[in-house]
Design a protein around this ligand. Structure first.
Ligand code: NAD
Ligand code: UFG
Length: 336
């Protein structure tokens, strides 16, 4: 099966390309490199011995993107391409709505034109907004995202749902990721954010190598066991395997399905810091600061549906992820 991977040079996309190659799929990458580097392709080749076709293309550019569909015989698409920084989306809402929605509209119209009927979309736990109970199940209400980035995920889920309803021969799988962390165990691929990281794990990693002085923990007065925020951290390798399992699901002609991809287990900020210290034998200096606007106290998944229907569940622990993130950070102190 030939799989177009939009955003396939990014953090999750590149790991997924590797998982696809290892599982015998034929990935084709389309990425505009707005948040990734061409070197990622060399690293994919080093790790797998294969160099998948790569198109440097903006998925919003219909003319250029059409050439990929003309050249490659695509059977399915995994749509990772998108802007993803929550804070930046508040400052640049237009750029976020334009890039994330336009790329999806363009992709869907090309898929329809070329008869490509299977799509997996990278959605997020952010679509659940401010939840009233835990763990989150796929049938819980969505739509209350608290920032423009999250709203693009809510909107694209809706667009894909309406599109599939109108075109029942299309198969759509919405994957709601929880908090991806970790890196490839080789240290060749991992998260490489521009500027000061917004997310917890890259921040801890940069503190661990002395690039940043100390971690600021956003609040210790949440109604959680130790007062710090609780999230469902999932190793990026597990997430990648979730896409392989989802692609196999297309054989059943699923119509539209939604799956949470998490571990089902909540971990607090302090627990993650301590796991990182233990896994790597180092100290992470931190201070406690005020809560960050827009954060929820806890967020973790019920992943029973993915286990039952995809035969998938997370295998790696938080400690594995801490070890792999540190290894990547040490080997790539200035990014990939
Ligand atoms: P990433 O930024 O590392 O990867 C996204 C890739 O898409 C980048 O390589 C970027 O260059 C590319 N891209 C962006 N806009 C594009 C466009 N218009 N045309 C072509 N390429 C474009 O991000 P990631 O962490 O790998 O996330 C992948 C997807 O998963 C995103 O849609 C993101 O919103 C979603 N997601 C991520 C997280 C997370 O915490 N990392 C959580 C939930 C959902
Ligand atoms: N945190 C800190 N200090 C930091 C960074 C984060 O204490 O420097 C805390 C946050 O307050 C939160 C936890 O660490 O309690 C996790 O924060 P992240 O920023 O790593 O992740 P979020 O849960 O806020 O959001 C992430 C992605 C979203 C995605 C969501 C899905 O950034 O894109 O997970 O659950 F939608």
């Amino acid at each position: 099966m030939r799989v177009l991977v939009t955003g396939g040079m990014g953090f999750i996309g590149s790991e997924t390309v590797i998982a696809l190659l290892e599982a015998g799929f034929e990935p084709v990458i389309a990425d505009n490199l707005s948040n990734s580097k061409e070197k990622v392709l060399d690293r994919i080749e080093t790790l797998t011995g294969k160099r998948p076709p790569f198109y440097k293309v903006d998925c919003c550019d219909e003319g250029e993107f059409r050439k990929v569909f003309e050249k490659e015989h695509i059977d399915a698409v995994i749509h990772f391409a998108g802007l993803k920084a929550v804070g930046e989306s508040v400052v640049k809402p237009l750029e976020y709505y334009k890039n994330n929605l336009d790329s999806t509209f363009t992709l869907l119209s090309l898929m329809r034109e070329f008869g490509v009927k299977n799509i997996i979309f990278s959605s997020s736990a952010t679509v659940y907004g401010v939840p009233t109970h835990m763990p989150l199940v796929e049938t819980d209400p969505t739509g209350g995202a608290t920032n423009p980035y999250g709203m693009t995920k809510v909107m694209i889920e809706r667009i894909l749902t309406d599109f599939q309803k109108a075109n029942p021969e299309f198969n759509v799988i919405l994957l709601r990721y929880f908090n991806p962390i970790g890196a490839h165990p080789s240290g060749l691929l991992g998260e490489d954010p521009n500027g000061i990281p917004n997310n917890l794990m890259p921040y801890i990693s940069q503190v661990s190598v002395g690039k940043l002085k100390q971690l600021k923990i956003y609040g210790d007065d949440y109604p959680t066991p130790d007062g710090t925020g609780v999230r469902d951290y999932i190793h990026v390798l597990d997430l990648a395997e979730g896409h392989v399992a989802s692609l196999r699901k297309f054989a059943d002609k699923p119509g539209l399905e939604i799956y949470n991809l998490g571990t089902g287990k909540g971990t607090s900020v302090l627990e993650l810091v301590h796991a990182f210290e233990e896994a790597n034998g180092i100290k992470i200096p931190y201070i406690i600061g005020p809560r960050r606007a827009g954060d929820v106290a806890e967020n973790y998944a019920n992943c029973d549906k993915a286990k039952k229907e995809l035969g998938w569940e997370a295998r790696f622990s938080i400690v594995d992820a801490c070890r792999d993130s540190y290894n990547f950070q040490k080997k790539n102190p200035n990014g990939i």
